[in-house]
Design a protein around this ligand. Structure first.
Ligand code: GLN
Length: 258
């Protein structure tokens, strides 16, 4: 073996070792795909466009914008709301963009980004209901909620209420319409969208917003690097006007000043 050949061989072997073990001067490449879990029955945050069958909504646009900002390809996965946190814990999905309220209980299982939307719970009844004027009138009533939500846990605190849980808020609204429930306790912007956009003339929102809530992007508990990246990307989207553009598109108004 001549010297040149030996050196070449050595370099080739070294290159192979570095490639296999992944050590080298370069940073480990970020995964290209960001798997985003969402419960696509929560308009205007996430729902399926009936004609194109695509998932659309404020959260979907926001997730895509965040992905783009961070250099990831976003893959949307539709799943039931109560399967979302387990999905993050098992690594089936990387993050969730699903109108998820930041709570202390959930924060034990997942990381949350900075809040990206101010929300709250409100009561929906049939348009001709004259007795339920707000949350205070729900004692002993039949209440339809979405399983695993903050609306469900608030409803369960009401004395003698018969709480019926559904997989989606759309199904809870259907139960109200069908007369199987006296009220729905659900997120205000979703209630508003349901009444205005679907032309549900037979339903109305009563009383004040029950609790002030904020939505955050949920991320794996151990994934602090991704949490930081998302927070940074969120700040950037707020600075460059993209966040405001999406907010205007879906809510018809500018975001409230923080
Ligand atoms: N914001 C509510 C919660 O986090 C409802 C979310 C949802 O149904 N997508 O519980």
């Amino acid at each position: 073996m001549n010297k040149k050949f030996k050196t070449g061989l050595l370099l080739a072997v070294l290159a192979l070792v570095f490639a296999v073990t992944g050590c080298g001067s370069q940073e480990k490449a970020a995964p290209k795909v960001l798997k985003v879990g969402t419960d696509a029955a929560f308009a205007p945050f996430e729902f399926q466009d009936e004609s194109t069958k695509e998932y659309v909504g404020f959260d979907i646009d926001l997730a895509k914008a965040l992905g783009k900002q961070m250099g990831y390809e976003v893959q949307i996965q539709n799943m039931n709301f109560d399967g979302i946190i387990p999905g993050i814990e098992s690594g089936n999905i990387d993050i969730a963009a699903t109108g998820m309220t930041i709570t202390a209980e959930r924060s034990q299982k997942v990381n949350f980004s900075k809040p990206y939307y101010k929300s709250g719970l409100a009561v929906v009844v049939k348009a001709d209901n004259a007795t339920i004027k707000g949350f205070g009138d729900l004692e002993g009533k039949k209440i339809a909620v979405q399983i695993g939500t903050t609306g469900a846990s608030e409803a369960k605190k009401i004395k003698n209420a018969q709480v019926r849980e559904f997989n989606s808020s759309a199904e809870a609204f259907m139960e109200l319409k069908a007369g199987g429930a006296d009220a729905v306790v659900n997120d205000l912007p979703v209630n508003e969208y349901y009444i205005v956009k679907t032309g549900a003339k037979d339903a109305k929102i009563v009383g004040d917003v029950v609790s002030a809530e904020e939505y955050g992007i949920a991320i794996g508990k151990k994934n602090t690097e991704l949490t930081e990246k998302i927070n940074k990307a969120l700040d950037e989207l707020k600075k460059n006007g993209e966040y405001e553009k999406l907010y205007l598109k879906w809510f018809g108004k500018k975001p409230p000043q923080a």
